[in-house]
Design a protein around this ligand. Structure first.
Ligand code: FE
Length: 130
């Protein structure tokens, strides 16, 4: 995987302020407000910061959380996982493996076959429709 490295100054120029807040400062968009939580068109969800292919629409499902939810990643090396102990919780943070931008979190309460729920901010994603 080719790593994408940019300065914070570069990211501020490339991203909108809200994208910068979520992707580079580990923010969270408000539930039920994002572009993709109800999206059902087929395609590939790419990293909004660098274009890395992250999730396929075939693994997207409605978790009821108000954020786009997927039960699997496109490939095991598409994302990096980190332990996140912020906000008094222990969660697993999901970041883009190429540019290390924050995408969301993964929880072990997803559907079969993986049992995983990748809970991802819409604003961190860019759907390339088929
Ligand atoms: Fe990325």
């Amino acid at each position: 995987m080719a790593k994408v490295e940019k300065s914070e100054k570069d990211w501020r120029e490339i991203l909108t302020p809200e994208q910068y807040r979520v992707l580079r400062k580990k923010g969270t968009e408000r539930a039920f407000t994002g572009e993709y939580y109800k999206e059902s068109e087929p395609g590939i969800y790419c990293c909004a910061a660098c274009g890395n292919e992250l999730f396929g629409s075939d693994t997207k499902y409605d978790s009821g959380s108000g954020w786009p939810s997927f039960y699997d990643v496109m490939s095991s090396d598409a994302v990096s996982l980190y332990k996140d102990t912020s906000h008094g919780m222990v969660r697993v943070e999901v970041c883009c493996a190429a540019c290390d931008s924050h995408l969301g979190h993964v929880f072990p309460d997803g559907p079969r076959p993986t049992g995983q729920r990748y809970c991802i901010n819409s604003i961190s994603l860019d759907l390339k429709k088929e």
